[in-house]
Design a protein around this ligand. Structure first.
Ligand code: ADE
Length: 228
């Protein structure tokens, strides 16, 4: 997979892309991630990327020209089709199912919106999809882009070591995760449920399933009504 991210704050990405599983996924060649500074795609000498909205109003908008130029330059370098995604609060809400769908794409281009928004023509004529990570407003699309990269890259086959870790995690089968414990079996006065130290794998499986269901019913009954 190849991911290209267009942003006016490229430095924000180094910590997230340079650590842990996402770093290892890149080292293993499972994903190539490129961060592009939008200012490098401007035509004027001041590298201006924003302007006031027509009709008045507060704030500044990211202009269409540099964003179109950046996407065009990236598409020229990419082999095959790319999906262009604009991160913005007006987009479709991101979830695990959406992450799975995007993890099957060969090439993704993320546009991080900023300030009061982006010129509508980016939305209309450039973006294939608009994605929001939730009903709250952030200062820009950078954190959302990192959220997408993290959740998508870990789904690429071979990125996580243990195949089972994907099968039994939260949201698989629309269930939250069951409770888990590690050593010691007794910590302060709290003891690990007997069944987990019994070694009876059938009973452990049944217990986990019922705990996952119970937790989902209590905390997120909406998940149980979802299809697929
Ligand atoms: N930009 C600002 N807020 C956002 C959100 N919630 N999701 C995606 N992009 C955003």
């Amino acid at each position: 997979m190849r991911v290209d991210i267009i942003t006016i704050f490229p430095n924000m990405f180094s910590a997230v892309l340079g650590e842990s599983i996402i770093k290892r996924a890149q080292e293993k060649g499972k994903v190539k991630i490129f961060v592009h500074d939008l200012r490098l795609y401007t035509l004027d000498k001041h590298h201006k990327v924003d302007d006031r909205p027509f009709g008045g109003g507060s704030g500044m908008l990211l202009q269409a020209e540099p964003i179109f130029r950046a996407v065009q330059a990236i598409k020229k370098k990419v082999k095959g089709k790319s999906k262009v995604i604009l991160l913005c609060p007006q987009g479709k809400i991101f979830d695990q199912k959406y992450a799975k769908k995007l993890s099957k794409c060969g090439n993704l281009i993320f546009i991080c919106g900023h300030y009061e928004g982006v010129d509508e023509r980016v939305r209309q004529y450039l973006a294939d999809e608009e994605v929001s990570i939730g009903d709250y407003v952030l200062t820009g699309g950078e954190l959302p882009a990192m959220v997408l990269v993290d959740s998508i890259v870990r789904l690429i086959p071979g990125v996580l070591g243990d195949k089972n870790s994907l099968n039994f995690e939260s949201f698989e089968g629309n269930l939250l995760e069951y409770p888990q414990y590690s050593r010691p079996a007794k910590f302060r006065k709290w003891i690990v449920p007997e069944v987990l130290v019994s070694g009876a794998h059938d009973k452990i499986s049944a217990w986990r399933k019922s705990e996952a269901l119970k937790r989902t019913r209590q905390r997120r009954p909406d998940l149980l009504k979802r299809q697929g």
